[in-house]
Design a protein around this ligand. Structure first.
Ligand code: SAM
Length: 286
């Protein structure tokens, strides 16, 4: 382990400031990648058993986004909890490798500053120019207010950030206003058609656990996310909690526990919207 980094197997230490969303000392996780630590929530932003492995296995590969992008297919991702942007970096790397268009919308109530993102070693996941441009964009955005939206583009990667908790999706007036504000700047650069809220090929359900972020796991929120999946699309998460699985099944998804990453959680969640007959998506290993 690198000097100065806490032992990931040690019990959570007493934080210096329990209100702080992130600590400037990252954990070193089992695959050698760092994970940010949240003193406020007493949880890491990524699995202690492998931060980058979790992003790659559970979210980017597990959802089928990696295979779609590798096949050159335009792909739309909806993320709950942008956090340290490891899922974004890993998904963007797949898009940049094939040149496939990636539309990535993330809901995040408290976007981390660039200083925090720098701790996540995103350069191990995505090309250096992408990471440098993302960090520069985050620096340029400065303080972001609740309810703000931001758009950013790098090559074929189109990022939309909604600065709000995902349960605001249930407020039709707020959701419509988000759409309107995301579309307005797009009209100028000719990409207005991409600013729509559905359907998504992948939904990354990645808030902190239901104990500390209960609003993000409400059945009504899960149903709203499920409703945004394209046929053949998948919602994925690290949590296989029964209440989450039941809510997604009630919303019409085919819900399964699938193998977690090597050395990590034994089982993780994949919930698919059934594909239209004869239109099976690429990349399914089940
Ligand atoms: C486990 S971390 C996300 C890790 C991230 N996806 C990554 O790739 O690095 C959880 C994130 O969810 C955010 N969050 C908490 N409550 C939320 C909510 N109601 N809606 C959306 N995001 C939420 C937190 O602020 C935090 O950034």
């Amino acid at each position: 382990m690198s000097p100065g980094l806490p032992d990931p197997d040690a019990p959570p230490r007493a934080p210096d400031d329990a209100t702080a969303l992130w600590s400037p000392t990252a954990l070193l996780t089992d695959d050698g990648s760092p994970a940010l630590w949240s003193p406020r929530y007493g949880q890491a932003f990524r699995s202690r058993h492998g931060a980058h492995a979790e992003a790659r296995h559970v979210f980017v590969e597990g959802s089928g986004a990696a295979a779609r992008l590798a096949a050159g297919r335009a792909t739309r991702v909806l993320e709950v909890g942008l956090g340290a942007a490891t899922n974004l970096a890993c998904t963007a790397a797949a898009a940049l490798a094939s040149g496939a268009p990636l539309h990535y919308r993330a809901w995040e109530p408290e976007p981390l500053p660039a200083a925090a993102l720098r701790l996540a070693d995103l350069g191990a996941l995505a090309p250096a120019p992408f990471v440098a441009a993302l960090l520069a964009a985050r620096d340029a955005w400065g303080a972001i207010e609740h309810g703000d939206v931001r758009r950013w583009r790098f090559a074929t990667v189109d990022l939309e950030l909604v600065v709000a908790p995902i349960d605001r999706l249930l407020d039709p007036a707020f959701a419509a206003d988000v759409e309107r504000r995301l579309r307005t700047p797009l009209a100028a650069d000719g990409a207005a058609a991409s600013a729509t809220d559905a359907p998504y090929d992948a939904v990354y359900l990645d808030p902190f656990s239901p104990e500390v972020n209960p609003d993000a796991w409400r059945p009504a929120v899960l149903a709203a996310l499920a409703a945004r999946l394209a046929p053949g699309g998948a919602l994925v998460s690290y949590s296989v909690r029964g209440s989450v699985r039941r809510a997604l099944a009630a919303a019409g998804l085919d819900v399964r526990k699938v193998a977690g990453p090597p050395g990590g959680k034994r089982e993780v969640l994949r919930a698919r919207r059934p594909a239209a007959p004869g239109d099976e998506p690429v990349g399914w290993a089940v």
